[in-house]
Write a protein that binds this ligand. Sequence first.
Ligand code: PLP
Length: 386
Amino acid sequence: MADFSDLSSALSERKANHLYRQRRELATAQGATVVVEGKTYINFCSNDYLGLANHPDVLDAFQQAASEFGVGSGSSHLVCGHSSLHHQLEQRLAAFLGRDRALLFSTGYMANLGVINALLGKNDFIFQDKLNHASLLDAGLLSGARFQRFLHNDIASLETRLQKADAGRKLIAVDAVFSMDGDLAPLQALSQLAEQYDACLMADDAHGVGVLGQRGAGCAEFFNLDQQQLPIVMGTLGKSFGSFGAFVAGSEDLIETLIQFSRSYIYTTALPPAVAAASLASLKIIQSDAARRQHLQALIGLFKAQAQALGLPLMPSDTAIQPLLIGSSEQALVISDALAAKGFLISAIRPPTVPANSARLRITLTAAHTVQQLEELLSALAEVAW
Ligand SMILES: *Cc1c(COP(=O)(O)O)cnc(C)c1O
């Protein structure tokens, strides 16, 4: 490209369409309340679903590991960056999910890129739900595999596409919990379809692990799918774990294949070991403190019932992601600003993150919220102009 003079016109256009993104500068740790530009807000847009990002045990583990292991991991996992803390976290995650093995990646985005590109090439097929996370979509494009997007949570739409796929590997990849909608993929039906058409099923459990299931082991536990029925689970550590990083869990052969062929695993620096230690501490809390999940569930039930009574535009979600559908990006921004003026942080999620004309307020509930904070939110929502 010889000419970048159109950058500013593209930026102006984005502004004119109410799609411009701006960052907020937080002066505090993640939590139910945060400070932005000197003002305290109740935070309803974080993915720190269990309130672990600033938990004292997680902080302690992080600090102690930093004293012992330093900050940087020094290199990629395959060179000399794979510490005993990384290894232990992989083993505990695999046991937690009931899988042979797990492999750490530096981010969920990279995990999705790494899995799909290690497994698929141009003679293969990738089937993805239309509402999948951008990292899955990007991974599919990069792989060069024949890309089939099916209608959201529509088994028949997927089956039509599977019937037409002739040779090559077939991978079905979905968000287990859709990140901007909060609804669940029908993983049991998808698993049966995968078996019927000799395809492999992959679930991106970024918003499920830690939260879904009695033990918090995520979508595999919630839908009771073993490794054969759900061979690839990707989970992130930056959301309910309150830490950073991601993992893929599955069979011995899957994990060895990723170690050998996954470029976003091989060609990047390993996570800081202290971050792995923090995730280990989070995992311990997830396994021992079911009360956090129970409190979160209670808040979700309360929010849904009261929002419904207020006539708010709820979406069909039973998870901690409770979006309110607005439609117009401009209106979503107006409402988000009005709520900010009342002391609530809630993001206006707009295209291209969501389909055209489906801008929404993405409210996320966490175990760190009190019932009173939730009630304050509901009062504020009742007062703003829809
Ligand atoms: C957040 C998210 C990712 C990316 O994970 P990071 O660790 O933040 O890179 C992938 N998939 C889904 C569904 C997500 O919500």
